[in-house]
Design a protein around this ligand. Structure first.
Ligand code: ARG
Ligand code: GLU
Length: 703
């Protein structure tokens, strides 16, 4: 069975897929290199990934645990997105030094700012370890036993891989629903310092209004530097550390980009579900996304209203608002895209043909099995979605529970509680939380079936009479709405805290979720995993025997991938065509001092007025800002290098167009576009706005 599997995977990845779709494993890129070269790439597979020589992979890092970054100098200089470095920039900001608002540039190495908790990881190598991971597996094992075995074998492989120490970190990841396993060995650096960031009015230009949209003019970048010990090995922050010397760093092309140019994204995409059954898609399209969107619309309306009324509240809720709104907007594009693509219908047709073909074969019955698991799962999934988008979003309840947890065996952790309270109250505005409670809990009452509500909830609601009265109780009587009361908490208060209406609300729901919902969803998801493992393999065999030209790439799982395509505009709607690039002219067209998202720095206005662009203007005489391309990307690809046919850096990935966000489920080459920042705008901003042109001296330019 193992032999056929390897054969199938190799064969399928070698076949061509629809233009530009796919997130490929770098170690297997030799299977795609001919196609890449045909589309314009001028380097070899070994230049992309090699364990024998320095290759482009050595210039790409996992930034934190959710973004990508790339090395752009022999002295450890790193580029990522502004929204990826946002937390660090915020951490260093105060009223006196508001780096978010004003930007920050270290004018020499000693001014670079260390960041607690921030790491970057280089991929040393990746290896197919399927045989080792499944060692001892027998077909009569249950899925639970298999999970246990995989865990045990993986841990042994990980321990072996990292035994040299020196910052090594390893993970074993399942690909194709556990048909294949890969070991990823990383070297993780923990001394990563902030070098610079533009003001938010550039780095977050357009804010949430422009987020997921094209045409775009956001200068979404920030810069860091990796430090190492004298031997170039990872070390915790120390004054004695020196700039890391990378095996490879990107050379920068300032030649500019043209429609049709080959582009290649190298980064860490987080999660896709390209092979799911139509029932999974139907749930997302008809139930999950619409309900989640609606609940978030209610919360965003409340936040926006209060933020518009007060400058203080606007700042307090800016990051929270951005988080809520990011997925909210993405889901809307996703639903629209799935509908337009008729994905459910297309998949149903495929499943019908597959089921018929599978009769009497190894894959007999797998389709109906998946269908019946989904049917059983649906109400539980729905209850889970509601729970996480309602109860779990009540800020004061989350805070109350976190504080309640600080009553430990040996007493109340006062220091930790004070710290928690400080962080919480700084950015909390009671009216928003209370109005949100009323809004989302009323939806909860209306839409969640009685059988999927906790008894606690039903009894409480009956005794209160309404959600409004319940809210009144929590937001008036909970001690957690009053900082003075929270700061006065002491060891003896545990019983009182556990009976507090905010703690009780959170805790009772949590217990219900943990004991009544989660065990069922865990069991069903395990069954689903198992069925998908067969269905995944089945899809590969089916397409091969039926000669369906479809290439299978593993779903994204925050491991390093290659996506290639080309620069291209698109038609979002009838009668409209979007050009593939934007310029500084568009920034000026959007500029409006009265609208927060569009209020640019005066310096940029002055530069525009005098056209003082230095060497950064393009042929049209304007400074290029962003461009779009057909690369298949997702969340996690933020900060990924956009590379040209010669392997040089031309941009920085940071978003997708919202009409194409269904690409996590189904890719449409006509409409799916990633959005990148033109590297020339990065350089222009460093030099002309930041006045930190000295940094360019350590970079290598190709022309
Ligand atoms: N949409 C981009 C990504 O998915 C950028 C998000 C940050 N920017 C924002 N305006 N919220 O994550
Ligand atoms: N902004 C996203 C990120 O943070 C990338 C956009 C996408 O989802 O493609 O990773």
């Amino acid at each position: 069975m193992r032999k056929t599997l390897i054969f199938v995977i190799t064969l399928m990845t070698a076949m061509t897929t629809r233009a530009d779709e796919g997130m490929w494993l770098p170690s297997l890129i030799s299977q795609r290199i001919a196609d890449m070269q045909e589309k314009g790439f001028r380097l070899e597979a070994e230049d992309i990934y090699s364990i024998n020589q320095a290759s482009l992979k050595d210039a790409v890092v996992l930034f934190g645990r959710g973004c990508t970054g790339e090395l752009i100098s022999p002295e450890g200089l790193l580029l990522t997105n502004h929204h990826c470095g946002y937390g660090q920039i915020q951490q260093h900001s105060s009223v006196e030094h508001d780096y978010l608002k004003d930007g920050f540039w270290a004018m020499n190495r000693s001014e670079e700012l260390p960041n607690k908790g921030l790491t970057v990881s280089f991929l040393e190598r990746m290896d197919d370890v399927t045989a080792q991971v499944l060692k001892g597996y027998t077909p009569d094992m249950t899925e639970e036993q298999r999970v246990e075995l995989v865990k045990k074998n993986s841990q042994a492989l990980i321990d072996e891989a990292v035994k040299e120490g020196k910052g090594l970190r390893a993970t074993v990841e399942a690909l194709y629903y556990g048909n294949q396993y890969f070991l990823f060995l990383y070297r993780e650096y923990a001394d990563v310092r902030l070098v610079g960031a533009p003001p938010s009015s550039i780095g977050k230009f357009g804010g949430d209004t422009d987020n997921w949209m094209w045409p775009r003019h956001t200068g979404d970048f920030s810069m860091f530097r990796i430090y190492a010990d004298k031997d170039n090995n990872p070390a915790p922050y120390s004054m004695d550390n020196v700039p890391y010397r990378p095996k490879k760093y990107f050379h920068i092309s300032t030649k500019g980009v043209q429609e049709g140019d080959f582009t290649f994204i190298y980064g860490f995409p987080g999660r896709t579900q390209e092979y799911i059954h139509s029932e999974g898609v139907r749930y997302i399209e008809e139930i999950g996304d619409p309900h989640k969107i609606h609940l978030r619309t209610l919360r965003l309306d409340i936040m926006n209203k209060h933020q518009a009324e007060s400058q203080k509240v606007r700042i307090q809720y800016s990051s929270k608002n951005a988080n809520v709104s990011n997925a909210w907007k993405k889901w809307q594009g996703e639903v629209k895209g799935i509908k337009k693509m008729k994905t459910v219908q297309t998949k149903k047709e495929f499943e019908k043909a597959f089921a018929k073909w599978a009769e009497g074969r190894e894959f007999d019955g797998v389709i109906s099995k998946i269908e019946s698991i989904y049917a059983e799962l649906e109400p539980y999934q729905f209850a889970t979605d509601y729970y996480s988008e309602t109860v779990r979003t009540i800020e004061v309840a989350n805070f109350a529970m976190s504080t309640a947890r600080l009553f430990r065996e040996d007493g109340f952790d006062k220091a930790k509680a004070t710290e928690l309270a400080e962080t919480f109250y700084k950015d909390w505005y009671l009216p928003i939380d209370k109005e949100s409670f009323i809004a989302v809990m009323n939806e909860y009452e209306k839409n969640v079936p009685a059988d999927f509500k906790p008894i606690y909830y039903k009894e409480k609601l009956a005794s209160y009479g309404s959600i409004e009265t319940w809210a009144e109780d929590i937001f008036t009587n909970s001690i957690f709405v009053d900082p003075a009361k929270v700061n006065a908490l002491k060891d003896e208060d545990k019983a009182m805290v556990m009976a507090d209406p905010a703690v009780e609300f959170f805790n009772e729901f949590l217990k219900w979720y943990t004991y009544e919902i989660q065990p069922v969803t865990t069991r069903l998801n395990q069954d689903l995993q198992l069925a998908y493992r067969d269905y995944m393999r089945g899809q590969m065999v089916y397409c091969r025997t039926r000669r369906v030209p479809k290439a299978f790439y593993p779903d994204a799982n925050l491991t390093l991938r290659v996506a290639y395509g080309h620069i291209k505009g698109y038609t979002p709607a009838d009668g409209t065509y979007y050009l593939p690039s934007s310029t500084i002219k568009g920034i000026m067209e959007k500029d409006n001092p009265d609208i927060f998202d569009y209020n640019i720095p005066q310096r940029l206005r002055d530069i525009y007025a005098t056209k003082d662009y230095g060497r950064w203007a393009d042929a049209s005489g304007e400074v290029p800002v962003c461009f779009i391309a057909t690369n298949h990307t997702t969340g996690g690809n933020s900060g990924s290098p956009v590379i040209n046919a010669d392997g040089d850096l031309i941009g920085l990935n940071f978003d997708r167009v919202w009409e194409g966000t269904m690409s996590d489920i189904v890719f449409d080459p006509e409409i799916c576009r990633n959005i990148a920042l033109d590297v020339r705008y990065v350089l222009f901003t460093i030099e002309k706005i930041g006045g930190a042109g000295y940094l360019l001296n350590e970079m290598t330019f190709t022309e």
